[in-house]
Design a protein around this ligand. Structure first.
Ligand SMILES: [Zn+2]
Length: 598
């Protein structure tokens, strides 16, 4: 008791002293008006200064990256509570911003610092959103790429002078690594993201995909893929309001990212972007988080690009704050519903019959002679601006559905893959004893491996599976993942082999595609003579085939192959192209214990 009486005033004094540190202004100089983006070191120093200056700000290290430097997370929390669970218990919203995933696209790096400064010193009352909203910023995600700067990267981009490299230290494009998580960056992100469990997420980028009159474009995750109430709110309320505010209140009108319906022809309409789970927003939206990427136009001047991102950050967070209660209840409800959801969609296709009209300000696309090569080439003519109404296609339809099993079993031979779930805050169990179980198993009937590597993988596409119920032996220590969790969509997307961004698609299970057993001609022939003697039905089948097919009758290799296929060799066949992760239907008798994350 005595100790408490003494220490309590000391803590208060310490907080007061801490609070007193904010005399004057923090010593931070942004250079984007001079066409310069801060280096990684300057960026971290700026956040350290904000952390030192404001008790409401905190910079922490949240894991490693491939280059060996720590990933940082900067948070602003008005009541100085930086514990995500406790923040959520208070009913506050959490907004996470990711910058510098492609360090040559650095608007968000500089914009986030100014945005944070404005909030912390309450410039023009901007700090009022902090009442119910906590801001989290990843200063630079691809640190390896940011440390390697050159004026020659992204050469057709209108500034800044020096730009970082797109790929990271492992030569990975980090915006393709969110699902499979081959990089330390992605593992650190998954841990921080699923711990923070934010309501809104923004990833900042720059695009050269087209030319038009806008400085900033937006890729919202597809509303069709979201839990229905969240999707409805996103499409009908949040997005229209963000476009409206950017248009009317920021000086930087914003349009959806330009993916044309017919290649290059903007007037034919633009479509929503199907952000698969290997993209940032594709991943974050699997966890019921309203997710966007801003894509600034490369041809717009860098200072304008940075200012447009500052404007978007302000409008996005103001909207979150004004609608915090509704956003929180939609997310909490979606977390509950997804945990109980029976059916999941694995792939989607654009609905070309449904569109909305939007106003678009473009430039005429013309063919003209190139002064460099003398050849005719396509270009956007800035002397011919146009304003028109164009269709915007945003609805995607389900193509492929699966129902959730009672549990997935991942044999421990593959445990380094299955344990990736722990980094994503997914609960994983192990069998506590050996068990024989009836399971639904997938056979991989077709998988086409890409000739060129993507992210160091020969991606499996056009995956066709056949589902069969079989009896299998499992052993103590095999992993069990029960899809009754808010992260169910991530579980299903990773484990169903025909999901487009699944771990199977990324070759993590390719050894099962190799033939495991076959026959030797000599031994097999005499063995089969015995089998035919014992099995008159098989002999009849074989003779009939020879009679009906002269080509077959003349081909000994085809005959042996045929017998191998139709003979009762089920025990061997059971393993042929069997995908090792199986689906347990009845889970009542499973003996399991929870795997504790390290
Ligand atoms: Zn990018």
């Amino acid at each position: 008791m005595k100790i408490k009486q003494i220490t309590a005033p000391l803590i208060i004094i310490a907080i007061i002293a801490f609070g007193c540190k904010s005399e004057g202004e923090p010593d931070i100089t942004l250079k984007y008006n001079d066409n310069i983006s801060l280096t990684w070191e300057e960026t971290i120093a700026a956040y350290q200064e904000l952390d030192r200056f404001y008790p409401e700000a905190r910079l922490t290290e949240v894991g490693l990256t491939d280059i060996g430097k720590p990933l940082h997370l900067f948070m602003i929390s008005a009541d100085r509570d930086f514990d995500p669970e406790s923040i959520r218990e208070k009913g506050k919203c959490i907004v996470l911003v990711n910058n510098g995933i492609h360090p040559g696209e650095p608007e968000g790096i500089d914009a986030s610092i100014e945005f944070a400064m404005n909030l912390l010193n309450d410039r023009d009352g901007k700090g009022k959103i902090l009442k119910n909203t906590v801001i989290a910023i990843i200063p630079v995600y691809n640190i390896g790429g940011a440390l390697d700067r050159s004026p020659y990267y992204r050469m057709n981009q209108h500034g800044p002078v020096d730009k970082g490299r797109r790929r990271n230290a492992k030569n990975m494009d980090l915006n393709r690594d969110f699902a499979k998580q081959d990089t330390r960056n992605a593992v650190s992100f998954a841990r921080l993201f699923t711990t923070l469990n934010p309501d809104l997420f923004l990833d900042t980028h720059t695009t050269n995909g087209s030319d038009h009159q806008y400085v900033i474009t937006l890729i919202p995750t597809l509303h069709s893929k979201m839990e229905s109430n969240m999707g409805e709110f996103f499409k009908e309320k949040m997005l229209p309001e963000l476009y409206r505010r950017m248009d009317q209140e920021s000086g930087y009108p914003m349009i959806p990212y330009v993916m044309t319906m017919n290649r290059g022809d903007i007037r034919s309409g633009i479509t929503g972007y199907n952000d698969a789970p290997f993209y940032s927003t594709g991943y974050t939206s699997l966890f019921n988080c309203f997710s966007f990427m801003t894509e600034n136009l490369v041809y717009a001047p860098f200072p304008d690009r940075v200012r447009s991102v500052i404007a978007f950050l302000e409008h996005m967070t103001s909207f979150a704050s004004e609608n915090c209660e509704e956003i929180r209840s939609l997310k909490d409800e979606a977390d509950r519903k997804i945990a109980e959801q029976e059916e999941f969609v694995l792939s989607w296709k654009l609905d070309p019959t449904y569109s909305e009209n939007i106003e678009f300000r473009g430039y005429e696309y013309i063919q003209k002679e190139s002064p460099l090569t003398g050849h005719r080439t396509g270009t956007y003519d800035h002397n011919q601006p146009w304003v028109d109404t164009i269709p915007y296609f945003t609805r995607y339809l389900p193509v492929d559905r699966v129902t959730r099993p009672g549990a997935y079993i991942i044999p421990q031979a593959w445990e380094e893959i299955g344990l990736k779930f722990l980094d994503n805050n997914i609960t994983v169990h192990r069998l506590t004893e050996d068990m024989e179980l009836d399971v639904e198993a997938y056979y991989i009937d077709n998988a086409e491996s890409s000739a060129r590597t993507t992210q160091g993988h020969h991606l499996n596409t056009n995956v066709k599976v056949r589902k069969e119920t079989i009896t299998m032996n499992y052993y103590r220590g095999d992993l069990v993942v029960i899809p009754n969790q808010a992260g169910n969509r991530y579980i299903v997307e990773m484990l169903e082999p025909h999901a487009p961004a699944s771990w199977f698609a990324w070759n993590f299970f390719d050894s099962v595609l190799e033939s495991h057993d076959f026959y030797s001609v000599w031994g097999f022939e005499s063995h089969f003579m015995d089998l035919l003697d014992q099995d008159p039905q098989l002999r009849e089948l074989f003779e009939a085939r020879k009679e009906s097919d002269p080509e077959f009758a003349a081909d000994p290799v085809a005959q042996l192959g045929y017998l191998y296929q139709v003979a009762p060799v089920h025990e061997i066949e059971k393993w042929n192209r069997l995908y090792p992760v199986t689906r347990v239907i009845k889970t009542e008798n499973l003996k399991i214990e929870k795997v504790e994350a390290e």
